[in-house]
Design a protein. Structure first.
Ligand code: FAD
Length: 545
């Protein structure tokens, strides 16, 4: 590449990484970042943590300032400079800056305009106390509104996704009274309901007033704040509302200039991040990308994909062929003592799409169970009849992120669910078990795929089945599945004659392991047997309201 002029619209995750990579590849190019906000290259992911005081110094959120872009990279950054249109015919953009409007020519253009917080139109949402948390200025405004709200500030958060949850936790750190309103019956949309249950318990333990199954019908002015009127008629007063109900792509520029976009308004790009205009690339939250599991298209607003796409865009502009293969959506969020992580599709999504799937639940220990401090994690693995991994969800106090990463990499590599059992994973007692939870998920999936184990799920135990609880009586005394029969595993071989051979026998234990052992004994003695996946723990999560 030569002295081409590359203009980048948007200077945060995708835009900043494209700019820096371009410079590393080409000393001669002229690179200009146009950013409508006051900051470039800042950590929007850190915003909730500064509100909570965990990241004490606001300046720590700013990764690279314009002066550093200039001195380290010889990249010009113009903040407070909004691109208001793209003139593709003349290869130039119209910019509105502090000194009025002007045209800026380009040879190659990168649209890295990201997404914005989106709230469905609600009566009264123009109330100044109804806010979002998306930018540094949003964060500053929230902090200053809270400091002016008197000794006991109250905040209502609408939406229990990543940002809503992180904001709730951080506000509680600050002693703020928090109500969280969620349309569905569980938080974290990338989780299925039964897997998200511990998060609700944890939020309540943190003092969050959780309101499920409600939407905000309207906002009303109130002295010192705003009242959210909910679909059930409840009225929730707070000093401010933080609406975290979703995002929409900032693609108006692309749409208006005739660049091809999806129905949802995301910019369509090829695997090189090139748009329908060969001189214009796009990356980050604003694009639609490949969904590799079912070979469809998706949009996933996460920082990792945005950064990688920025880098890949730069490679291709610099003449290095580089391909973006798609996003599985690996994500993790901290909620109190828990980490909740997921990748791929939820069961809810697969059902809605009419896909056939299998699933398993396991509850292994984060590290060797004999090592002090080991704690339980809940894992749900979803896969197809051919073993293709469709998705996974993990919640626990320790080691959750590395397990989801291992599964995500297996998905990326095209490994099947049973191959998780073969992954080589580092082990010493403080960190894992010789059979890591991910290996264990692979073993269980393999047993299911090869018919050694037939899983039955808590939500649909077949009518007429005998539920055989093989736990010890002391465990059963702490809770059991109604109408289950208890024969402890150690006595099972001697008491087979007590079990009705004409009926399906669903073996059940605490987490699914002893149930599987019982299932194998039963099957090899001529019973029609199955194992309750995830045992009593999963049954309780599914059946508790
Ligand atoms: P952005 O980072 O949003 O940057 C786009 C920039 O373009 C903006 O600065 C905008 O002002 C500018 N722009 C838009 N239009 C114009 C225009 N016309 N002219 C000039 N400039 C324009 N992701 C994770 O993976 N993990 C997390 O923990 C996480 N936490 C988050 C917490 C919060 C509070 C927020 C808001 C986001 C979080 N994300 C997280 C998401 C992540 O930050 C985004 O996916 C990522 O920043 C997207 O990068 P981007 O470059 O596409 O867009």
């Amino acid at each position: 590449m030569n002295k081409a002029k590359i203009v980048i619209i948007g200077g945060v995750a995708a835009g900043a990484s494209a700019a820096a990579r371009l410079r590393r590849l080409n000393e001669a190019a002229e690179i200009l970042i146009l950013e409508r906000g006051k900051y470039v290259s800042y950590a929007n992911c850190g915003l909730p943590y500064h509100i909570g005081g965990v990241i004490a110094d606001r300046d720590d959120l700013i990764v690279t300032r314009p002066e550093k872009f200039a001195s380290w990279f010889n990249i010009e950054v113009r903040v407070c400079s909004e691109v208001i249109s793209i003139d593709r015919g003349n290869r130039r953009v119209l910019v509105k800056g502090g000194e009025g409007e002007y045209f800026e020519p380009y040879d190659k253009l990168i649209i890295a305009t990201g997404a914005s917080a989106f709230t469905p139109k609600t009566e009264g949402d123009d109330n100044p106390n109804v806010r979002h948390l998306w930018t540094m200025s949003d964060m500053d405004n929230i902090i200053s509104a809270l400091s002016g709200a008197g000794p006991n500030p109250k905040v209502t958060i609408v939406g229990g996704g990543f940002i809503g949850l992180e904001t709730a936790e951080n506000l509680r750190h600050k002693g703020v009274e928090v109500s969280l309103i969620q349309r569905s019956h569980h938080v974290l949309p990338v989780f299925d309901e039964e897997m998200a249950r511990p998060l609700a318990d944890e939020l309540r333990a943190m003092g969050v007033n959780l309101i499920f199954g409600r939407t905000v019908e309207k906002y009303e002015n109130a002295e010192g704040g705003v009242v959210a009127v909910l679909s059930g008629g409840e009225r929730v007063f707070s000093n401010i509302v933080i609406s975290s109900t979703g995002v929409k792509p900032n693609s108006e520029l692309a749409v208006k200039s005739g660049i091809e976009c999806s129905k949802g308004g995301f910019i369509k790009v090829d695997e090189h991040m090139r748009t329908s205009d060969e001189n214009i690339y796009a990356a980050g939250d604003v694009v639609e990308i490949a969904e590799p599991i079912f070979n469809s298209r998706t949009h996933i607003p996460l920082a990792g994909p945005a950064n990688k796409q920025g880098r890949i865009t730069a490679d291709n502009i610099a003449g290095i062929e580089s391909v973006y293969k798609g996003t599985y959506g690996a994500s993790v969020v901290k909620v109190g003592k828990y980490a909740a992580a997921s990748v791929g599709m939820t069961e809810k999504r697969l059902k809605a799409d009419g896909k056939k799937y299998r699933k398993i639940y396991i509850h292994p220990s984060s590290s060797a169970s004999y090592y002090p401090g080991a704690s339980r994690m809940d894992i749900k693995l979803i896969f197809g009849d051919d073993g293709t991994i469709y998705g996974a969800q993990i919640i626990g106090e320790k080691g959750v992120d590395k397990r989801i990463d291992a599964i995500a990499q297996a998905m990326y590599a095209g490994f099947k669910a049973d191959a998780l059992g073969e992954l080589e994973l580092a082990y010493a007692p403080p960190f894992s078990s010789a059979k890591d939870p991910v290996n264990y998920a692979g073993f269980v999936a393999s047993n299911v795929l090869t018919g050694k184990s037939t899983p039955v799920y808590a939500e649909n135990i077949p009518d007429g089945a005998v539920v055989l609880d093989v736990r010890e009586p002391s465990e059963v005394a702490n809770g059991k599945i109604p109408n289950s029969v208890n024969i402890p595993l150690g006595q099972l071989r001697g008491r087979l004659s007590e079990i009705d051979k004409s009926r399906l026998v669903v073996a059940s234990c605490q987490v699914g392991l002893r149930g599987y052992l019982a299932e194998r004994i039963l099957k090899q003695n001529g019973f029609n047997a199955a194992n309750l996946s995830g045992g009593y723990l999963t049954w309780k999560a599914v059946n508790s309201k």
